[in-house]
Design a protein around this ligand. Sequence first.
Ligand code: ADP
Ligand code: ZN
Length: 520
Amino acid sequence: WSPAEPPSADRVAQALHDTFGFSAFRGVQDRVVDRVLHGRSTLAVMPTGAGKSLTYQLPAVLLPGTCVVVSPLIALMHDQLRSATANGIRAATLTSADDNRAETMAALRAGELDLLYVAPERASQPYFRDLLSQARIALFAIDEAHCVSEWGHDFRPDYRLLRPLLDTFPQVPRLALTATADHHTRADILAQLGIDEDGLIVAGFDRPNIRYAIRPRDNALRQLKTLLEENPGPGIIYAPTRARVEQLAESLARATGRRVLPYHAGLAQEVRARNQTAFVASEDMVMVATVAFGMGIDKPDVRFVAHAGVPKSIEGYYQETGRAGRDGDPSVAVMFWGADDFARARMRLSEIEPHRQASERTRLDALAALVETGECRRAVLLRHFGEDPPAACGNCDNCLEPVGLIAVTDLARKLLSAVYRTGQSFGLGHLEKVLAGVSDDRVLQRGHDQLSVFGILTEDEKPLLKPLARALQARGSLVPTEHGGLALGGDARAILKGETEVTIAVPPKRDPRGRKGRGT
Ligand code: ADP
Ligand code: ZN
């Protein structure tokens, strides 16, 4: 193929219209397509829904030869195949699930395919390399390219095997695509796939019509019920486990009278399909789901996304909340978080491979910072994705109701030293009694009334103890023990020595339901 003669702008516009039915490019699509048509390797970082598929499907149609698309999931490939074929694009998948492989290979050799979807493990097999050398290859598109990086949230060793294949065809441009990349991951993708730094194109991540709110969870059912009452449109509630999904779906249906259905990987295929179809068609349904729900679902009018527990990472949070308001109309994203979510996540850290723990811990810390911040949520979110947003957005909980920041370093030192002096094995309830000077049986039996921390809590400090403990657990200064107690962790020693300040964000005392604002 000849990079000297890319198709004219007219031809590009024509194909965009005729094949895809679009009148214009969106966002950075034109920049990405233009680079690819000029034969230049590119990493496009575009949020979910920004239209990544078009950036390789359009060149696939315009360029002579076949575009080979590497994609991590067979289900995803088949979705893509269906929509490409519906647009009249000559496409095929080459996976273990296809029984027409011989036919597909013949079509590839004969130059009759615009698009060929393959899994990364196939791309690394020698026979596949031979197959490609018998065909004309126009472009390598690497979807979900963050899978190549150990910094990414979804590392797949198979992606590392792609490089030799790409290097076998040095004249073929590479287009790496991902929705999720902090700057570490980005740099790593460029290096791993051999793409120049100037090939990086990043789309704006802001979703201005989504209103973000993040609140401590006190009574999830009551909080979600209120949310459903305030938001009559269709919505998704993400819950951490299958059991929790089913339980919430049932209780919420009962409590609100709304149509609430569950979705998780443990349900029978036909139940899942039925619930999904019902949701996509509905104007008021609520789907309670695990993160298994959402990929490849095209429903533009989702009015709210709620998290009943913390997501896995900021990337996950962005992706899941990003399913709200694709139509551009006002939508809300509300997260209800608990200290125990972070406690569990930090426990799990010790179970993963040692060399991945540092990046996972960084990921968790970033999430804790988003949850704990008194700053604009959108600003924190966008900065995470490498943007330089205004300090306030006017459309998140912290902008709409500025929180008070309280310096609680002294109180933090009292709590941490109580943890230390009682042997790092008691829960918050017991610690609170010791600090408040309550001499019940357990306190007396252990001799904790004799400790220097006994009864040192002031009246003013009492209501701050729980939010503080929550904040310390989120940031890892307090970590759970196996038996439900609390131990020192992270920067606890620095706090005790007075080397680190601790502040917590306390919401304004306001509540439509007449309860104390704090904690809702
Ligand atoms: P991503 O893979 O980035 O999540 P998709 O490629 O699935 O996004 O595209 C998301 C939606 O946007 C699809 O419904 C697609 O048809 C639509 N879309 C993509 N590009 C355009 C465009 N230029 N104009 C209008 N709609 C578009
Ligand atoms: Zn804001």
